[in-house]
Design a protein around this ligand. Sequence first.
Ligand SMILES: Cc1ncc(COP(=O)(O)O)c(C=O)c1O
Length: 408
Amino acid sequence: MSILRDLALAWQRRRHGLANRARPHAAAPSRLQANALIAAMPDIRPSHLETTLRLQCSRWLNGHRPARSMQASLLALSQVAEASLPLDVYGDGIAMQTLEADVAALLGKPAASFFHKGVAAQLAALRGWCGEGQGPVALHPQCHIAVDESDAFEHLMGLRGLQVGAPDTPFTVQALQALPEKPAVVVVELPLRRAGFQLTAWDDLVAISDWCRREGIALHLDGARLWEAQPHYERPLAEIAALADSVYVSFYKGLGGLSGAMLLGSEAFIEALRPWKSRLAGNVYTLYPFVLSAFQGLREQLPHMADYRNRARNLAAHLARVPSWHVAPEPPPTNSFQLHLPVAPDALRETMLAVAREQGFWLGARTTPSHKIADGAMVEVVVGNAAQDWTDDEVVTLWQQVVSAAQR
Ligand SMILES: Cc1ncc(COP(=O)(O)O)c(C=O)c1O
């Protein structure tokens, strides 16, 4: 009991800005102690509770099995081969440079630059392609840059968006040809997450690339999930990347890393963006945990992207067989898809959290109104290694229980 009291007192002291007098070599807290520490937090936010609840579960439907603590995460990273190399400092370090060279080779691009955030990498890329001007930047109305970044490309970079294509479907070259003005750069998000992780068809992608080259317009790929898209195209990553002038990839989605991104392009393009990396707060003092987790993801997750995609197809087919449920896209081209259910979003969310509390199964905590089922809800299903702990039938049964409980 005294350990719990000590932890609670330590928390209170830290909260009130008092020196933490913990012994420097005290053993790392156990999970029980960590839970006590969490319980002692007086003003814990609901989102903290959800994060904690997720880590206390025994099975997860989405993504990869999570590290249960910072300690577990750091221990796993310490096993990565590059962990014995020196720490990078302001982006310089042998591990960082090796990672950049490895990813450049994988994507067949001459140069690569690590960024702490994809948002920053893409803002820099767009500024690079637009020079001193405003663009315009041709992008899909549901892409991450247009929807999820609080219009940073306009507010921070002074650029102007030119929306292309219709909601819920990737755009084609015909939509680009119909634009009222010539863009400086075209952005294609592969897959288009907010449209249900849909992928531009290969022939459409080639036509977009050819048209951009003919017109002297830069083509940038938002490849946050390019790793996950590759099995659908059945072509090497470098062949896909060769269609574009610049590509951004993420290390923390399908690859399951801590965070981090890479921007790839010609030597001159990447070199010219150096000042923009600093301006966008990308010159972080050291990034080694992110670098190690990127190596880890490339080795442990990248080889399984086709398995995750195949599993997503099977699971989607099972779920789509339930009357009045809807899966989109069907079949999913990547490891991810939308599941539309005939139940109100708030009720569904509450039931999903109750299942996590009572049964230890994490189905996620985000529900949005469905655009396929009137008054229904949509959840995203993202297949990673955590799905290996379930059979397709178990997943269907659990969702059926959740839906009928939420309908009551
Ligand atoms: C399609 C897409 N692009 C860009 C980003 C931005 O990545 P980051 O979180 O590294 O800034 C995300 C993040 O979710 C994304 O889904």
